[in-house]
Design a protein around this ligand. Structure first.
Ligand code: NAP
Length: 455
């Protein structure tokens, strides 16, 4: 079996990669396990030295990584370059902080000495998505390797070149040859990897159905999981918001990565008093975005990652319109080739429509009218997802209260869009998953919190 890479901007077949057989995958896991036995005994300073070199490789060759992302999944090259830089940041962040995050915690008891120690657990399997093909992997790999674990990556089938490039980056940085390896396998082979005794935990970033499947197998095998799943982030725009800023931020967030981001603004919930004004600002801003060649500096919106994903999104738009939503701009598949979809705005979005109930993973904004603040919060929480959320109001104290105590999500922002940051915990609740990545919490997900008691 082979993995075929198709350039989403042109539909052209670029390259095919031979998949690993079950025997090859099992031999790779054995090698990684061997490498881990020595790696877990290395010092934090040695690991940090390697991790800082990985950051340098990411930065030094960022143009190359950016172009690779464009070729495989259609990301704007300038955004791919920025993604490589952000990966370097997370490597540096954990190189600087892992030792402190994982230092012993002394706990006074009747022992002469007792404490919690954070020890490595072994191989962590990472099942990753294509949308941020470097960032999703590095935000798992940097803390995992710094904690003394080993990594095995099963990346999305449309980005095998990115998967191998990340392995290469760790090699160039001087990590042991087998401490981080890529398995080129399909999703149907993931359960066998989870079942392998040498694999001790699994992290998956991807859709909710994939998360449920991996969690079920990991549960059967009693292996810990972290799940970073889909989202349909609500952006609550209250009547007292700075509407110009709210519209600008909402459009920016909706179009990040062509709308293919788990924490992209997806549902705009607007108080009736300002709905028309907000709608017109959003439509003007969406219309002004230039769609085209992802390698051009001036392009705002490239192609989606695959044609089948574009067609799925279009069906969600059409089904929403058939159910009574109004399309204010966009909504048609362009006649030229490639997986393009225009910046689209739907309004009068109501329960029962895909634009209300489901995740729209592309450049489509759904505007939902709310009677008042309480109604807006009710609608925001009326979702199976709970990843990110934002609220816009000139009353910062009110915004903070809504963000902290009212919105059901893992990351709630006031007057700006939800973004990941190496220093802040990241993750969701409800069908958006569980566990946290990044910050001091992320590195503690895959360690043995060991009690040591000396009489
Ligand atoms: P996906 O189809 O779920 O794929 C994600 C990964 O899971 C891929 O490596 C895929 O492999 C694998 N996979 C799929 N089904 C599987 C199964 N039954 N068992 C084991 N592995 C399986 O998701 P996607 O389309 O690539 O990514 C989009 C989704 O990811 C969206 O829902 C988005 O919101 C979510 N996401 C979440 C976060 C977060 O941090 N919460 C971040 C980014 C994206 P194949 O490619 O071989 O199928």
């Amino acid at each position: 079996m082979s993995m075929q890479v198709i350039n989403p901007a042109s539909g052209e077949k670029i390259k095919s990669y031979q998949e690993h057989t079950a025997d090859q995958a099992s031999a790779i896991i054995d090698d990684v396990h061997e490498a881990w036995k020595s790696w877990k005994q290395t010092s934090f300073s040695h690991r940090a030295e390697c991790m800082r070199k990985a950051a340098n490789v990411l930065r030094d060759e960022k143009e190359k990584w950016g172009k690779l992302m464009t070729q495989e999944m259609g990301k704007l090259t300038k955004d791919g370059i920025a993604e490589a830089e952000k990966c370097a940041w997370v490597c540096d962040y954990y190189a600087d902080n892992a030792e402190q995050f994982l230092q012993r915690e002394i706990i006074e008891t009747d022992a002469s000495k007792s404490y919690a120690s954070f020890q490595p657990i072994g191989i962590v399997l990472a099942v990753m998505p294509w949308n941020f093909p470097f960032w999703q992997v590095m935000r798992f790999a940097a803390p995992a390797l710094m904690a003394g674990n080993a990594g095995i990556l099963k990346h999305a089938s449309n980005v095998p070149g990115c998967a191998l490039a990340i392995e290469e980056i760790f090699q160039k940085a001087g990590f042991p040859e087998n401490i981080f390896k890529t398995l080129l396998i399909s999703s149907s082979e993931v359960n066998d990897v989870i079942a392998n005794d040498k694999v001790r935990a699994v992290t998956l970033t991807g859709s909710t159905p994939a998360g449920k499947s991996v969690a079920a197998k990991a549960g059967e095998m009693l292996k810990k999981t972290v799940l970073e799943l889909g989202g349909s982030d609500p952006y609550v725009v209250l009547a007292d918001a700075d509407l110009e800023n709210a519209a600008e931020v909402c459009v920016t967030s909706r179009l990040i990565n062509g709308g293919q981001s788990c924490i992209s603004a997806k549902r705009f919930i607007v108080e009736s008093a300002v709905k028309e004004q907000f709608e017109s600002l959003v439509v003007d801003k969406m219309k002004a975005k230039k769609m085209g060649d992802p390698s051009e500096e001036s392009t705002d919106l490239g192609p989606m990652a695959r044609e089948d994903l574009r067609d799925e999104l279009h069906k969600q738009v059409c089904d929403s319109v058939d159910a009574g939503a109004k399309c204010l701009t966009g909504g048609d598949i362009p006649s030229e080739g490639g997986a393009y979809y225009p910046a689209t705005v739907l309004t009068n979005v109501k329960p029962g429509m895909p634009a209300y109930d489901e995740e729209l993973f592309g450049p489509v904004a759904s505007i939902i009218e709310a009677k008042d603040e309480a109604d807006a919060i009710r609608i925001a929480n009326d979702s199976e997802f709970g990843l990110g959320a934002a609220v816009f109001t000139k009353d910062k104290a009110k915004g903070e209260r809504i963000a902290e105590t009212e919105l059901e999500a893992g990351c709630c922002f006031v007057n700006t869009f939800v973004k990941s940051d190496p220093r802040l915990p990241f993750g969701g609740i409800k069908d958006s998953g569980y566990g946290r990545e990044l910050g001091p919490y992320g590195i503690k997900e895959f360690v043995n919190i060991k009690t040591v008691y000396v009489q």
